[in-house]
Design a protein around this ligand. Structure first.
Ligand code: ZN
Ligand code: ZN
Length: 213
C-alpha cells in the first residue's frame, strides 16, 4: 500500500505490481517479508531505497535492487515526513515478517498485512490511529504449527479485538483471502461491521490501498 504525505512511502511491493514501480514512483519502499505477494515486484529492479530486515534481504538478494537498507526490530527510520518503526510479528517461519508503525504529523498507522500476532503488542499498538490488518479469514484462524513455531494468519475478529483493547477507532482490512473475496461486498461489510462493533470504523479494501496522512 502507498502512504503519502507530500512524499510517498510504499509498504510492500507484491508480484502483481511488477512493472509498475516506476509509475508508482515511491520515494522509499519498505518490505514486511519476502513472500512473493509482498516483495516480488522488486524483480523488476529499482533505484529507490528498499528497507528490509536482514532475513528478507538474504531472501531477496537475487533481485536487482541497488540500495537495500537493513533495519532491526525497534529501529526508528526517519524517511522525510515519516517516522517508521518496524516490529516483529508472527506469520512465517521461512520468511520472518515485520509490521510497520508509521507516523506523520499527528497520525500513526500500523501495517500488518500478514499476521498471527504482534510480539510486543502493547508497545506497538498504544497510541495508534489507524490499524491496517490481514484479511485472510473473518473468524476461523489459518494457523499451523511446526515444532513450537506457528505460521499462517489470524482472523479479522482477533485483530478488531486488538483494536478494541488499544482504543484504535479506524481499521482497514487488506490482503483479503478466498473467504472474503468470494463474499458479496455488502454482506462482507455487514459481517465486518458486526465484528467491529460501535467503536471502530472498519473498511474492507479489495485492491491496494492509498492512505493520505
Ligand atoms: Zn506472507
Ligand atoms: Zn501475503
Amino acid at each position: 500500500m502507498l502512504i503519502s504525505h507530500g512524499k510517498r512511502l510504499l509498504l510492500d511491493a507484491g508480484q502483481t505490481w511488477k512493472g509498475k514501480l516506476r509509475t508508482l514512483a515511491p520515494d522509499w519502499i519498505a518490505i514486511t517479508h519476502a513472500h512473493p505477494d509482498h516483495a516480488f515486484a522488486l524483480e523488476e529492479g529499482t533505484d529507490v531505497p528498499v528497507y528490509v530486515s536482514e532475513e528478507s534481504r538474504a531472501l531477496l538478494a537475487r533481485f536487482p535492487v541497488r540500495r537495500f537498507r537493513v533495519f532491526d526490530d525497534g529501529d526508528e527510520l526517519r524517511l522525510g515526513p515519516f517516522r517508521v518503526r518496524p516490529y516483529d510479528v508472527v506469520h512465517s517461519i521461512r520468511a520472518p515478517a515485520v509490521g510497520f508503525r508509521v507516523t506523520a504529523d499527528r497520525t500513526t498507522v500500523v501495517y500488518n498485512p500478514d499476521i498471527i500476532s504482534i510480539i510486543d503488542e502493547d508497545r506497538v499498538l498504544t497510541g495508534v490511529d489507524v490499524f491496517i490488518g490481514d484479511g485472510a479469514s473473518l473468524t476461523r484462524p489459518i494457523v499451523r504449527r511446526r515444532g513450537t513455531a506457528l505460521f499462517g494468519h489470524t482472523t479479522v475478529r482477533a485483530q478488531l479485538n486488538w483494536c478494541k483493547r488499544h482504543q484504535i477507532h479506524r481499521a482497514y482490512i487488506v490482503h483479503c483471502g478466498k473467504q472474503l473475496v468470494t463474499m458479496k461486498p455488502a454482506e462482507l461489510q455487514r459481517r465486518v461491521d458486526e465484528l467491529a462493533g460501535s467503536t471502530i470504523r472498519a473498511i474492507v479494501a479489495r485492491d491496494g490501498l492509498d492512505v493520505e496522512l
